[in-house]
Design a protein around this ligand. Structure first.
Ligand code: ZN
Length: 284
């Protein structure tokens, strides 16, 4: 990490301190969000950092499968300290670099699959077309099967579409193809969706209620470490994005909720059109 990165982390830690001072809290229930865990890719979390994060998480939180987390949310029984780990898109490095660590710590996780990415012939051009992390290979079905049941699969639309940007029929096709292909290959239907891009303007539109017909819940990329409030719908679960610059101190602060205020401010900025780089904007 260069000097700029260190300085930026120092500013982040100061801001987290201010936020901690301002926000009274009784614990958190974070859903961690990852994309790539890779030793070289510039947007990825490094495997050694990931290992430190998972070790910290299982030591300090009760990490449950997202399915169980959602059940608790739906029964109003999410308890402080409950946490879940998620990955978006379905990159092969999740199997190569993250899975051995998840296994080592018996840490359950969910990977949200873009089925057209898993099935495509040319991942380089597909990834570019739908703006996934560049140059990363997809998982194979056999790798996904090998990771089960510690790692479960969720839906992420067939071709990574912006849900608010397509008409009802296209959306229905995207959701049903995603569900069908997962079921054909794995023998079970995904019950939870991650909205591609995941900011409110990406999934809010009349007609988006279709999601509720096919899924029991959905996760966003809106930053927050807690989903206990009855005002938060099971279809709008917030997550804590972890990026390549997060050291263990920042990771712990994010999981505990010290960045929730900053996330709120960023969310308001996003609503006013300052959307930034789509691949990194949700990493605070
Ligand atoms: Zn995605």
């Amino acid at each position: 990490m260069g000097g700029g990165g260190l300085l930026q982390n120092r500013i982040k830690k100061m801001a987290a301190g201010v936020s901690r001072f301002l926000m009274a809290r009784d614990g958190s229930t974070p859903i961690l969000m990852y994309h790539s865990v890779h030793p070289e890719h510039p947007l990825a979390v490094r495997p050694e950092a990931f290992r430190e994060q998972i070790a910290y998480l299982v030591e300090n939180y009760k990490v449950v499968p997202l399915r169980e987390y959602l059940e608790a949310k739906r029964n109003n029984s999410l308890t402080p300290g409950m946490a879940a780990v998620t990955f978006d898109d379905g990159y092969r490095d999740n199997y190569r670099f993250a899975y051995p660590i998840l296994e080592e710590f018996s840490c359950p996780a969910t990977i949200f699959l873009v089925t057209a990415f898993i099935e495509c012939d040319n991942y380089l051009s597909f990834g570019k077309k739908v703006s996934l992390y560049p140059d990363l290979e997809p998982l194979s079905w056999s790798e996904i099967k090998e990771m089960h049941p510690l790692v479960e699969v969720g839906a992420h639309t067939h071709s990574h579409i912006q849900i608010s940007g397509v008409k009802g029929q296209v959306l229905e096709r995207e959701l049903t193809a995603n569900i069908r292909i997962i079921e054909e290959n794995l023998g079970y239907k995904p019950k939870i969706l991650a909205y591609p891009w995941g900011q409110p303007f990406d999934f809010t539109r009349s007609g988006c209620t279709l999601v509720q017909e096919y899924f029991q819940g959905a996760v966003t990329t809106v930053h927050n470490s807690d989903n206990r409030s009855p005002g938060i719908s099971p279809y709008h679960l917030r997550r804590v994005g972890i990026g390549p610059a997060d050291d263990i101190e920042l990771f712990a602060a994010k999981a505990a909720g010290d960045f929730d205020l900053i996330g709120l401010i960023k969310g308001i900025q996003a609503r006013w059109g300052k959307r930034g780089d789509r691949n990194t904007s949700y990493h605070l």
